[in-house]
Ligand binder design. Sequence first.
Ligand SMILES: Nc1ncnc2c1ncn2[C@@H]1O[C@H](COP(=O)(O)OP(=O)(O)OP(=O)(O)O)[C@@H](O)[C@H]1O
Ligand SMILES: [Mg+2]
Length: 244
Amino acid sequence: MSQDILILNGVVKRFGKLVALDHLDFAVREGEILGIAGPNGAGKSTALAVCTGQLAPDAGSITFRGQTLTGRQPHEFCHAGIARTFQIPQVFSSMTVRENIEVGLEFGWHGKPRGSERSLDTVLALTGLETNQMQSAASVDLITRKQIMLAAALATDPKVLFMDEPLAGLNEAEIEIFADLIQRVNAELGIAIVLVEHKVRTLARLSSRIMILNFGQIVRLDVPDVIMSDPEIIELYLGKSHAA
Ligand SMILES: Nc1ncnc2c1ncn2[C@@H]1O[C@H](COP(=O)(O)OP(=O)(O)OP(=O)(O)O)[C@@H](O)[C@H]1O
Ligand SMILES: [Mg+2]
C-alpha cells in the first residue's frame, strides 16, 4: 500500500466572494503521479498554489509527512520537500543554464549536510541539459526553459513536485520528449508528481490516478481508465477537443 505523504483536509480558498477551493480533501501518495484536470477556472492552479505555500488557505489544513504546514511560508514548504514548476517558465536570463539550476540547489539547501541535496550533475544529466549547461539562459527555446525550471525544482531535493501545465505551448514531438522526462523523474528519482494538464490523453498515460476538479470541488478521483471511459466526464469537464 502506498503511503499518503501530503494530505489536504477541508481546504477552502476564497477570492472575495468567489470560492476557488471548496473544502478540498485529498492526499498525494508517495511516488505516484497524480493528474489533475478540469475546465478553466476550476481551481487547479489555486490548488497547486495552496499545496506549495504561495497561497494560504482560508480554512482547512495541509500536512506533509506528519508535519502541519498550514500558514507557513513558501520556502518552508520547499525545505520540507515540496517543489513546483509554473506554466510560464521562469528563468534567470542573465545566468547560464547551469547557474539557473545552482540557484535551485542553494535554495533547497537548508542546513542539511552538504552532499545530501541532489547533485547538479545528476539533475543536468536527467533533464538532458548537460550539453548546453554553459549557454546563456536568455537564448534558449521554450522546451529548454521548461527543462531548466524542472531541473532547478529537482535540485531543491523534493519528495513531491507540482507541475502546472508543463506541456502547454509544446509541439507534438516536444510533448513526447517532456512527457518521457516527467516519467523518468518519477521512476528514477522516486519523486511523487502532481500534474495539472489540459492535454488529458497524455495525462491519462502518465498518471496513476486522475482527479477532476470543477468549481473548486473534486468531481471524480479514480484511475485513468475509469475517468477516460466516463462519458459525463468527457463531455462536461474535459471538452470534446481532448485529442492530445
Ligand atoms: N489571485 C486571484 N484573485 C482573484 N481571483 C482569482 C485569483 N486567482 C484565481 N482566481 C479565480 O479563482 C478561480 C480558480 O482559478 P484557477 O486559476 O485556480 O483555475 P484553473 O483551474 O487553474 O484554470 P485554468 O485551466 O484556466 O488555468 C477562477 O475563477 C479565477 O478567476
Ligand atoms: Mg491554471
